[in-house]
Design a protein around this ligand. Structure first.
Ligand SMILES: Cc1cc2nc3c(=O)[nH]c(=O)nc-3n(C[C@H](O)[C@H](O)[C@H](O)COP(=O)(O)O)c2cc1C
Length: 236
């Protein structure tokens, strides 16, 4: 499954033509409601699996000391407000499931669920939006608790190995998203590089599951995790 951003170079049709896997269109509300609605509806017509909203970019991403310039008007990028009204609005545009990305705490998770979100992505945007933010993995248990099984919770940010995937699943994620490792795979060997990244992750997952006695994904539970605390490690 591939999540495609509205900030990507191509529009939903190009992605559909290029790829047979299930696609999720991820909107940026700062593009304006008209463009977001058009793209969301086009994604639905093209058979995308879901649409979503990236809700954490209230201030634009900084790279080093710089706010990158907009490819549209050459001016520094602007952030955008995120409110539960955006979720309610998106639910009216399409009949696809609506995914909310960028949740990092229980209160926001509850608000998103109440507004009609069909899935949440716990994400700190790969650490790109707030210095000293919690790791997404640290925020995951709180979000899973808040959601209480009503909708799936996915984990994004910092997945670098199959072991990281097992940890996310053990803490209640239904799935994980992978960002930069895919880009590194493309940079190294194009499509083959991406395939290799997922082969490595799969092999690592199998190894970790074997070594922790989990025969299948359903056997991956938080009982296999220990957390370092002052005074010693504690089972979760
Ligand atoms: C170059 C770059 C561009 C990104 N652009 C977007 C974007 O347009 N929309 C979005 O939701 N996330 C964007 N992200 C964040 C990723 O979707 C994802 O949250 C993050 O990369 C996950 O962390 P990881 O790279 O550690 O796996 C971007 C990340 C990078 C590195």
């Amino acid at each position: 499954m591939m999540f495609v951003s509205q900030a990507a170079k191509f529009n939903p049709k190009d992605w559909r033509d290029a790829d047979k896997s299930p696609l999720v269109f991820m909107a940026y509300m700062n593009r304006g409601k008209e463009e977001v609605s058009d793209y969301a509806k086009l994604s639905e017509d093209l058979g995308f699996a879901a649409v979503g909203i990236t809700m954490d970019t209230v201030r634009p991403v900084k790279i080093g000391d710089e706010v990158p310039l907009s490819t549209k008007d050459g001016k520094p990028r602007r952030g955008h407000k995120s409110t539960t009204k955006d979720i309610e609005w998106m639910k009216q545009q399409v009949s696809l499931p609506v995914v909310v990305k960028g949740i990092m705490g229980g209160d926001d998770a509850r608000a998103a669920v109440n507004a009609g979100a069909d899935a949440l992505v716990v994400s700190n945007h790969g650490g790109r939006i707030l210095d000293y933010n919690r790791a997404a993995l640290e925020a995951l248990p709180e979000v899973v608790d808040a959601v209480g099984g009503k909708i799936p919770v996915l984990l994004d940010s910092g997945i670098r190995s199959g072991g990281d995937i097992v940890k996310a699943l053990a803490l209640g994620a239904k799935a994980v998203l992978v960002g930069r490792p895919v880009a590194w795979g493309v940079g190294a060997f194009g499509a083959l590089g991406v395939e290799r990244v997922f082969t490595i992750f799969t092999e690592e997952m199998q190894r970790v599951m074997t070594m922790t006695g989990a025969a299948r994904i359903a056997d991956v539970t938080k009982s296999m995790l220990f957390r370092d605390e002052p005074g010693g490690a504690h089972a979760l």
